[in-house]
Design a protein around this ligand. Structure first.
Ligand SMILES: Cc1cc2nc3c(=O)[nH]c(=O)nc-3n(C[C@H](O)[C@H](O)[C@H](O)COP(=O)(O)OP(=O)(O)OC[C@H]3O[C@@H](n4cnc5c(N)ncnc54)[C@H](O)[C@@H]3O)c2cc1C
Ligand code: HEM
Length: 433
């Protein structure tokens, strides 16, 4: 289970929020399902799981035909690559298998609820998803999906959806009612645009309405909605706020996705068409991958643009002159795409117990930094101090590799925290399987 992600929320309000959820899960909610329904769901969940991605693919296809307006919210590339279907299927079946103890999937639900809140998923959307999900189950299973099974799944979906809805209602309220908070998307003016490397550019944002900015926890992201010329639908993407809280701007740092064709839509749009003085829309900061507020050693490990949350964390530690043991490890392809190198060096030099290591995977690089090629166990051994919490963000193969090495070094899942810059998948379960 994804235990490692969530012990991070350090605010008092989050503790109260967790208590509320526990109460909710242990309270009346699952009692509303009959024993018969629970039995049916638990016995059919593994069968549906086998067809998981097929069912969700059929579900999305039919839902978008009937509700094309929802394409303003979903990322079509995640759909085409099947990542979104798989993430949804995994969670639905994990919830179904634990329908009488939903608190065991609380961490996953919270991760998704944060994304949903950023995207603008509302209670009225749930019956739409429910309708097309149930129709897809029926379509894929055919006669095997008896009325009893379908009724049980309708009830179970209603229960799972209600859990999301309740959590998200609280999140919307919190996002709007905090100082500087707002509901949905609002306009921001780009007040500065800075090239950080050949492929990463930062955008500094100020609220167009002139209001103070809502605070955020170090590591959280902004959800940006772009209306791109000649695109039929609006495009929504998440971008980590790459600076420490407490300034009068939000900074996001975006990698231009040009490795495959077609190029990434939003990143290319931001790089090529959005300049100082232009407006972009964003919803209030969100996310569960945040720096834990304690005195334990910290190792911040990033690959490529995964540096963004790590930089926010390092800036935060530097701002409070932390005497924690801090190790900042960064892997890039080569010098020209390596962003924030001097800035990281400067921050490290202001901290009493901080070390910085970087390396380039491109073996042709003349300068290869502190390690050549991929990160090795030996390199990580130096960077991970006793009792350290490790934060990892980067491309999925990089994260799997690093998580694997950290497990070999004896770190528990709890002490390996990571965030994916795409739909959820469990890199730890995969590496240790
Ligand atoms: C929590 C979170 C935080 C994030 N933080 C950051 C951050 O700080 N900085 C950052 O740069 N990014 C960040 N991201 C990633 C970001 O949200 C976008 O996913 C990224 O910018 C790519 O979006 P895009 O619109 O440019 O590319 P998309 O259009 O979504 O394309 C994605 C990739 O798929 C390829 N592609 C396009 N069409 C197809 C197709 N038909 N078949 C196969 N492949 C295709 C594209 O070439 C591209 O490489 C974050 C993501 C998450 C979830
Ligand atoms: C109980 C019902 C639901 C479940 C279990 C569920 C689950 C998920 C999961 C697992 C993800 C992937 C999160 C990630 O990026 O890591 C996701 C993303 C998303 N969900 Fe839901 N969801 C539900 C309902 C809804 C509803 C009602 C809507 C709105 C119509 C919605 C819209 C989205 C969108 C837009 C994304 C982002 C997809 C993308 O990458 O483009 N979801 N959801």
């Amino acid at each position: 289970m994804n235990k490692y992600i969530y012990h991070c929320l350090c605010h008092k309000k989050s503790v109260i929020f967790k208590m509320h959820l526990k109460y909710m899960f242990k309270g009346d909610l699952h009692m509303s399902l009959s024993n018969e329904t629970i039995k049916t769901i638990k016995s059919t969940a593994p069968i549906l799981e086998v067809h998981g991605a097929t069912i969700t693919t059929v579900f999305y296809k039919n839902m978008f035909i009937n509700h094309p307006e929802l394409l303003n919210m979903f990322n079509e590339v995640n759909q085409k690559q099947g990542k979104q279907q798989q993430a949804l299927a995994n969670l639905v079946y994990a919830a179904a298998k634990n329908i009488d103890q939903l608190e065991t999937v609380l961490d996953e639900v919270k991760l998704v609820a944060n994304k949903h809140r950023g995207l603008g998923v509302k209670p009225e959307h749930y019956p739409i998803v429910g309708k097309y999900l149930l129709l897809a189950i029926k379509e894929v299973l055919g006669d095997a999906a008896t009325d009893d099974i379908m009724n049980a799944w309708e009830e179970a979906y209603g229960l799972i959806a209600q859990v999301f809805i309740d959590i998200e209602i609280d999140m919307y309220k919190e996002a709007e009612e905090q100082i500087g908070g707002w509901d949905g998307f609002k306009d921001f003016i780009v007040v500065d645009k800075v090239e950080e490397s050949d492929i990463i550019t930062s955008f500094y944002l100020k609220a167009k309405d002139g209001k103070v900015l809502a605070d955020y926890a170090t590591g959280q992201y902004l959800t940006v909605r772009a209306t791109i010329p000649n695109e039929e639908y609006m495009q929504i993407r998440h971008y980590t706020i790459s600076a420490a809280p407490g300034t009068d701007t939000y900074r996001i740092s975006v990698k231009k996705e040009t490795d495959c064709t077609p190029y990434g839509k939003v990143s290319t749009y931001l790089h090529d068409l959005v300049n100082v003085g232009d407006t972009i829309e964003a919803s209030a900061p969100s996310g569960t991958f945040v720096l834990e507020d304690n005195n334990r050693p910290v190792t911040l490990i990033s690959g490529g643009v995964g540096i963004t949350p790590m930089l926010s964390m390092l800036e935060t530690l530097a701002a409070k002159q932390s005497n924690q043991k801090i190790n900042f490890v960064h892997a890039a392809r080569n010098e020209s795409v390596h962003a924030f190198h001097h800035h990281v060096n400067d921050l490290i030099s202001t901290l009493p117990n901080a070390e910085y290591m970087y390396g380039y995977s491109d073996l042709n690089s003349l300068n290869h930094g502190d390690f050549k090629g991929y990160l090795t166990k030996e390199t990580l051994e130096q960077a991970v101090k006793e009792n350290a919490i490790c934060y990892i963000v980067g491309p999925v193969p990089f994260m799997k590799h690093v998580a694997n090495l950290l497990s070999e070094l004896g770190l528990s899942d709890e002490d390996i925290r990571y965030e994916l810059f795409g739909p959820a998948q469990d890199i730890l379960e995969e590496v240790t399987a």
